[in-house]
Each structure stands twice: as C-alpha cells, then as structure tokens.
Write a protein that binds this ligand. Structure first.
Ligand SMILES: Cc1ncc(COP(=O)(O)O)c(C=O)c1O
Length: 457
C-alpha cells in the first residue's frame, strides 16, 4: 500500500481482493499475545517472513445454493421494475431496524437527499454535520441547496462531538445530520436533547450502521429519518441500493411520492385525481436488487454479532500496545455495526514511525489496513459549490466567502484524527479469534521493530 490515503471503497475492494485465491496458512501459528512485547520477529517489510499468507473473507459474499432462488425467479419473471419483492425488502428492513416504515431507493446518497428535501430542507438553510464522514453525506446536503456547517468530532469515539453542536447553531440552522460513522453509534441521546431544545430536524446518516444500537434502540430511529446504504462494500451489499426509515407516516408517503416522479401515494393525494402531486424524481429500487438484498439480509444478524465479538476481542488484544488507541463507544451503545474497526495510531510511541510506513508494514504482514478519511471541511469542491448559479441566488455574498467559511468551519480535532486513524475492514471481523491474534501480533511486531522500519533504506 502506498503512502496515499486510500478511500474506504478502494480499501474494502483491495481488502476483499486479498482474499481471492488465498493460499492456506503457511504454518505460522497465531501467537498468543496476552500483552505487547511478545513478538519481535523480523517484520516482512524488512525481509522477514510474512506473518499471514492466508487471505480474509471475500466481499461481497454470495452462496448460489442459498442465495439464488428468489433472484432467478425475479429474472425469469420479467417483472424487474419495482413490485412485490421491493415491498418485501422494505417490510423486512423496517422490521429489522425497528421502524414503522421503510422506503427502498437507488442508493444511500439519494436516501439522504430525499429525506432532507421531504423534511423541507433547502436553499438558505444550514445543516450541522461532522467532517469525519464519506463525501456523500456532504454531497447530499449540497444537492438540496442547504449549507453544510461542520461540528468537530470526538477523536475517542470517531463521532460528532455533541458538545460542539450548539455553538454552530444560527438562525438559519434547520437540521442536524449525525453520521454513525464506521458503524459506531453517534451519541443520539444527547443530540436529540439539543435538537428538541432548538427545534431542529434530525436526519441520521446510518449508511454504515445497519443494526447498530443505543440502549437496544436501533440507530436511524432516533431522529426524523434514518438513511442506509447497500453499496457493494457495505455490510449488506447489493451493488447499489439505499433506504429511508421513519415512524412518520406522512413523511414516508411524501418520500414515496418523491421517489416516484411525485405521483400520488398514501396521504399524498392530488387535487385532480391521479395527477402528479409534488416535484419528484425517480429513485426506485429494482426487483433484482431487492432479491439480492433479501439474500444478504439473512446473514446480517449473525454476522453483526460476530463482528461485535471479534471487535471487542481485538480491542482487548491491542489496547495495551503503546501508541494504539482503539475506539471508545458513546454511552449506552449496546451494539455497533463495525463497518470498520478503528483505532488511533500515535507515532510518538512507535519511535516516530510515520502512519504511512506503519500501514505499509502492517499490509506487508498480510493485514489489510487503511488510513481512512481526509478532512472534508477543507475540500475544494466547497469553493466550487459557492460559485454555482444556485448558491449565488440562495445566499448572501458574505456567506459564500470561501476564506471566511473555511475559518468558521475549522475542526482541529478532526484534522488530527484524519492523520492518526487506522481502519480494518468489516470482512476481517468475520474471521476467527486466531485471525484477530494475527492482527495483534503484527502490530506488536511492528512496535518492537519500529526504529528499524523507520530507518530502512
Ligand atoms: C457515511 C455515508 N454516507 C452516505 C453514503 C452514500 O451511500 P451510497 O454510496 O449508497 O450512495 C455512504 C456510502 O458510501 C456512507 O458511507
């Protein structure tokens, strides 16, 4: 892996590819790491024997024997546009997520856009959002015409820092968009208190957080709406796909209408019979996507449990290695999705070995890893957004002063987090305890040899 920060998707793709054609383990038994300092073997990056030649779980998973029956039925039926299978997918996703209603759409980005638009968010509004997220979160806000306002993150949880939200509220603020990033729940209890106090809407970006819970309540059900992604790298991979969940029946009727050209649906009745009711678009999921989704959904509960158990085990194994600071859960988190397993890497404790070289050394041992996100609040696309015709029409010139915007939207904790984060992919957490031991041993080995790796020619 080069020093470049890989995007999450590139990382997951690479990571999964590493599993393809994986050879059998080469007799390197898992070290029983009870504390750090046990493994000082020569690292692979310095010419030592690679710790692990066995691959990791391929992603996405597909088992023809158990997964294909419904898909083939759909393909052979010729009913490919939205019909009963999509409705069944929605029914099951609503049930499993603890919401009254679900609407399946083309992807997570458009789930977010639809939810924001149907909650009345648009030009001239501000939406408070964390900078530690995937670009789609911000893109969705911008597509509605609203202005993203960044609230810094808590580096220990990797989530939006709820104590930083109130200072970002202005008379234009319409909504908070917490992101359960990496599949770890944001502190929804405290965020909802702030939202109620200031009469703000809440759209949860749960695109990486299927079945994650706070006090046994699923994320996506705390705010006005929760949005999910089923893109190929996700814990429920469909290729592309998304969903909105909510208990608000009228809002869900509006979302349905919007995703189907604005045509009448439920309480959304036109004044003149069956004519289009609201400005809409077309975001319908296909029947074959839903058939793939239903096959994937069957595995989700069990896989989520395995990911949680392995994450806890891995955390216990690496937390005593100096310079390795694994994630901390927000209060009352009862389950995470673990789309990614995150920790912070403190190079001071690794003799100044850069994160880039640490990642390279870890990859060389057969442990795929990534440095994760770069700060979104500093990306140039915002400057170009402010130059668009619509933004010039919707905002006063001083709000489109990019320099001023940058000053107001500084997130120093996020800047550091983006430099220190290290991720492992969700598919790695589907392995066994001995595989988690491999990860811990590899980190330990790099720690013991940090000086030599740093000084390698
Ligand atoms: C946090 C977050 N928000 C939104 C999205 C957008 O989802 P999609 O790729 O399905 O459009 C993603 C998915 O990559 C995501 O990770």
């Amino acid at each position: 892996m080069s020093k470049k920060n890989y995007s999450r998707r590139e990382f997951v793709k690479q990571n999964s590819l590493a599993g393809i054609g994986a050879a059998v383990a080469m007799g390197v038994g898992p070290a029983l790491l009870t504390n750090y300092g046990n493994d000082s073997a020569l690292p692979a990056i310095l010419g030592g024997q690679k710790l692990r030649t066995k691959g990791w779980q391929e992603w996405p998973m597909w088992n023809p024997a158990t997964d294909e029956e419904l898909l083939l039925k759909v393909l052979r039926s010729g009913v490919w546009s939205r019909a009963g299978v999509v409705t069944e997918f929605e029914k099951q996703w609503a049930e499993i997520s603890g919401a009254k209603r679900c609407l399946a759409v083309v992807n997570g980005t458009n789930a977010l856009i639809a939810a924001l638009v149907q909650l009345g968010i648009g030009g001239g509004d501000e939406v408070i959002v964390p900078p530690y997220t995937f670009i789609a979160t911000i893109a969705a806000i911008i597509q509605t015409g609203a202005m993203p306002v960044f609230a810094d993150v808590d580096p220990e949880t990797f989530q939006i820092d709820h104590t930083k939200i109130e200072a970002r509220i202005t008379p234009r603020t319409k909504a908070i968009m917490p992101v359960h990033i990496l599949g770890l729940p944001a502190d929804m209890v405290k965020i909802m208190v702030i939202a109620r106090k200031h009469n703000l809407l809440v759209v949860e970006d749960a695109c990486q957080a299927w079945l994650a819970e706070i006090d046994h309540k699923k994320v996506g059900t705390f705010g006005n709406a929760g949005c999910f992604s089923f893109q190929n790298s996700k814990n429920i991979p469909i290729g592309e796909g998304g969903a909105i969940i909510s208990d608000d029946e009228q809002f869900m009727d509006r979302c349905y209408s919007y995703h189907n050209y604005g045509n009448p649906y439920g309480t959304m009745i036109g004044e003149f019979g069956s004519e289009t009711v609201i400005p809409g678009t077309k975001l319908r999921m296909t029947e074959y996507q839903a058939a793939i989704g239903l096959a994937q959904m069957k595995r989700l509960q069990e896989q989520t449990t395995v990911r949680n158990e392995n994450a806890e085990y891995l955390k216990s194994k690496i937390k005593n290695i100096p310079g390795i600071l694994p994630y901390r859960f927000n209060e009352k988190v009862t389950r995470a999705a673990f789309h990614l397993f995150p920790f912070r890497y403190k190079k001071e404790e690794f003799k100044g070995l850069s994160r880039g070289l640490f990642l390279k050394a870890l990859s060389a041992e057969g442990i795929p890893c990534s440095g994760g996100y770069t700060p979104l609040n500093k990306m140039a696309f915002l400057k170009n957004t402010f130059k668009t015709k619509n933004y010039k029409l919707m905002y006063p010139a001083e709000m489109l002063d990019y320099k001023k915007y940058m000053e107001n939207n500084q997130c120093p904790a996020n800047d550091i987090l983006c430099e220190e984060a290290v991720w492992f992919g969700q598919n790695m957490l589907l392995a066994g305890k001995a595989d988690m031991d491999d990860i811990a041993t590899a980190i330990d080995r790099i720690h013991s040899n940090a000086e030599k790796i740093k000084n390698q020619k």
